[in-house]
Ligand binder design. Structure first.
Ligand code: CA
Ligand code: CA
Length: 389
């Protein structure tokens, strides 16, 4: 039996706290606002076949993408699925198809939604793109996209169907951030002439901000906010406006990163994991010139989508990253503080949230307007988690 080992790249103490199945007793701050013992209650809202992403409307309705069918759904507050028409055709297969969906920060007045998906190129190549479109909703029925515009293109298009990344997030000050995987091609994550293995920052209409770290170099390079990423499947802002990302490492070395303007996160030059098959990649070490992850894991937890919780329904979770785990079959909680993980603990001690329906591959996590936590199982159901005390 494998022993879960938690590697911490920064100077943190590993805290392995006693497990208590339904309660979270992670630290002195955690129980301040809580009253009574927390029980997490799961309700299945809707069923899907290949859900990849979701985002809430302010009224509690929810948009959900499906990777392989390329369908976009709206889930009504009554839990009914209605289809959105006008979605562009996607090149689906492997890890790609229809990807993320987010709303423009001013969606209430401008109707823009942003979609990432995989587009075929020439000679068997492909890459992710981000488009935006106006979403018109039909009461409690479905809806339609119109006025489709190209916002971003993953460059260059290459062969294969893996490591697209293509998670989207708006910063509190209105910039569009997109995570771009290295497409299982390794070295492009360090190549400044392409945007593979990068996190990019754009204006909402795709224009290049002139205060990006490499803006003076022009072209694709001017998009780059940070580099040296492998397959960044999660992108989220904390309450202070800081950007974090989750990232699939190679064999081991999955990462939670505090994303800083212009920093190089090292892949494939350094990683706390190693190549599949065992070939060594030097670990992160002080003075190596690369930004180390806030936390990394060996063996892998396979982090996918995540949120940094802000709600009142689970006061114990405020300021924590709630991360969907694929191979770890878990919803994982790590409390953040500043640019660090406050307490790093092994998955099966205290990090795993215990509730029905969570012992499966988790693709995506969102916080509803009322503070409930919603979870998309990978290839499965949409779950709603609420607190009972
Ligand atoms: Ca989402
Ligand atoms: Ca290594």
């Amino acid at each position: 039996m494998n022993v879960m080992r938690t590697l911490v790249a920064s100077a943190l103490t590993v805290s392995l706290l006693a497990c208590s199945s339904n309660t979270d007793d992670l630290g002195p701050d955690d129980n301040d606002a809580a009253t009574g013992e927390l029980r997490v209650v799961t309700e299945t809202v809707a069923e899907f076949s290949s859900p990849w992403a979701m985002t809430f409307l302010s009224d509690g309705r929810l948009l959900v993408t499906e990777k392989y069918s390329g369908q976009l759904w709206i889930v009504t507050t009554a839990g009914e699925k209605r289809q959105i028409t006008g979605v562009p055709a996607v090149d689906d297969g492997g890890q790609g198809g229809l990807g993320d969906v987010v709303l423009h920060p001013d969606f209430a007045t401008n109707d823009w939604v942003y979609l990432s998906y995989v587009e075929a190129g020439s000679s068997g190549t492909r890459g992710a793109v981000v488009d935006r479109a106006k979403l018109t909703l039909d009461g409690e029925g479905g809806g339609a996209l119109s006025e489709l515009e190209r916002i971003w293109t993953q460059t260059p298009k290459v062969s294969g169907r893996g490591h697209f990344g293509h998670r989207i997030a708006f910063s509190p000050d209105g910039y569009l951030f997109i995570s771009s995987g290295e497409r299982q091609k390794f070295d492009p994550a360090q190549d400044m002439n392409g945007n593979l293995g990068k996190i990019v920052r754009l204006h909402d209409d795709g224009r290049l901000p002139d205060d990006n770290p490499f803006a003076s170099e022009g072209g694709v390079t001017a998009q780059i906010w940070s580099l040296g990423h492998r397959n960044p499947l999660g992108l989220a802002f904390d309450a202070e406006g800081n950007l974090w990302n989750t990232e699939m490492g190679p064999q081991g070395g999955d990462e939670l990163n505090f994303v800083v303007k212009g920093e190089n996160y090292g892949y494939p030059e350094v990683s706390n994991g190693d190549h599949y098959g065992g070939a060594d990649i030097p670990d992160h070490s002080p003075g190596d010139g690369f930004k180390a992850p806030a936390a990394s894991w060996y063996p892998s937890i396979s982090p996918a989508g995540f949120v940094i919780y802000r709600g009142d329904m689970f006061p114990e979770w405020k300021g924590s990253a709630l991360i969907g785990g694929l191979s770890s079959r878990a919803l994982i909680r790590f409390p953040l503080q500043g640019d660090t993980v406050r307490q790093v603990q092994a998955l099966d001690d205290n990090a795993r949230i215990r509730a029905d329906g969570l012992d499966t591959r988790i693709r995506e996590v969102e916080e509803a307007p009322d503070g409930a936590v919603w979870v998309l199982q990978d290839g499965g159901d949409l779950l709603r988690l609420t607190a009972e005390r």
